[in-house]
Write a protein that binds this ligand. Structure first.
Ligand SMILES: [Zn+2]
Length: 312
């Protein structure tokens, strides 16, 4: 069995993963806000997940930038910055059989490792993954290798350029992909439409019940042909597809996997993305690249984390 630990922004999760990618003993709790508490909670979760079973490898998937070999958290801005400088493996190594290999990686790279081991990119040597949520993350496997770059930053596709004159981004630049295509960006534009008094069934509904304004609901309104929802999403999906076409020329993948909260929209997102990507890439690629949702049933991130550990 393989231990997987997912260090998420909201939840800390641990579980045992079989060689077939099935998650057992999944444990989960709120991610603590201090290092001593984090250490205690993590160790409890890992002990409960292992529950006396033999463990061959251990892997972490975490927000931020993680050194895969040492499991040191290199950068993790925000509420969990206390983890910067911590080697995640050291917090649990005495709970594992002596000499158990422990590795760690960024959560998007872990997700792609899981998709290559058991999911939509199974056995492929060239695959690209984008996580579409409140921000945008990514990872790419090129010629069989997970690209990391000189400082493990490679794959941060949320910060490739989508619009040179676009909004300011948390990274200090402007017009990055996640400033135009993320749940925050989509929701901000819907808020702006409501605030400016634009009239449609959707804006009327959000004005009456502002707490219902979220990305998922905007997709639902678009499915009912609400003109403002459609205008927001059509334009932004075109921007995502244009950025993806650039990535496909850069990396020439066999498959592109879209995951994360926005990708739960399924074909409402995938179908227009495929169409827009195809006309932008057919000239050079001369093929229709598979663009799909995740193939793993596991939504906890634990299977991907375990796949990182199995790469030893
Ligand atoms: Zn940025």
């Amino acid at each position: 069995m393989h231990l997987g630990v997912d260090v998420g922004g909201n939840r800390l999760k641990a579980g045992l993963v079989t060689p077939e990618g099935l998650v057992h003993n999944l444990q989960s709790c709120t991610t603590p806000y201090s290092l001593p508490e984090f250490r205690t909670v993590l160790r409890n979760l890992v002990e409960q997940a292992i529950a006396g079973n033999p463990v061959e490898t251990a892997g972490f998937g975490s927000k931020g930038i993680i050194d895969p070999e040492t499991t040191r958290v290199e950068r993790l801005p925000g509420a969990w910055d206390f983890l910067e400088g911590t080697r995640l493996g050291e917090l649990i190594e005495d709970l594992l059989p002596p000499g158990t290999p422990i590795r760690g990686d960024n959560d998007a790279k872990a997700a792609l490792a899981g998709e290559i081991a058991w999911g939509a990119a199974r056995g492929l040597r060239n695959a690209l993954l984008l996580t579409l949520g409140s921000g945008v993350g990514g990872a790419v496997v090129c010629d069989g290798h997970m690209l990391r770059g000189a400082t493990h930053v490679a794959g941060h596709f949320g910060h490739i350029l989508a619009d040179p004159h676009g909004p300011p981004c948390m990274c200090g630049a402007r017009g990055c992909l996640e400033t135009v295509f993320s749940s925050r960006a989509i929701e901000a534009e819907a808020w702006s439409s409501v605030h400016q008094g634009a009239v449609s069934p959707m804006t009327r509904a959000f004005r009456a019940e502002p707490e219902k304004l979220d990305c998922r609901t905007i997709f639902e309104w678009a499915a009912q042909d609400d003109p403002i929802a459609r205008w927001i999403l059509d334009r932004r999906i075109e921007m995502l597809a244009a950025a993806m076409a650039g990535l496909m020329h850069a990396f020439d993948p066999e498959v592109v996997i879209l995951t994360g909260q926005i990708a739960e929209a399924g074909e409402a997102l995938l179908a227009p993305v495929r169409k827009a990507v195809y006309w932008r890439t057919q000239g050079l690629l001369r093929r229709e690249v598979v663009i799909t949702g995740p193939g793993l049933d596991d939504t906890s991130g634990v299977a991907g984390a375990a796949a990182v550990g199995m790469l030893t």
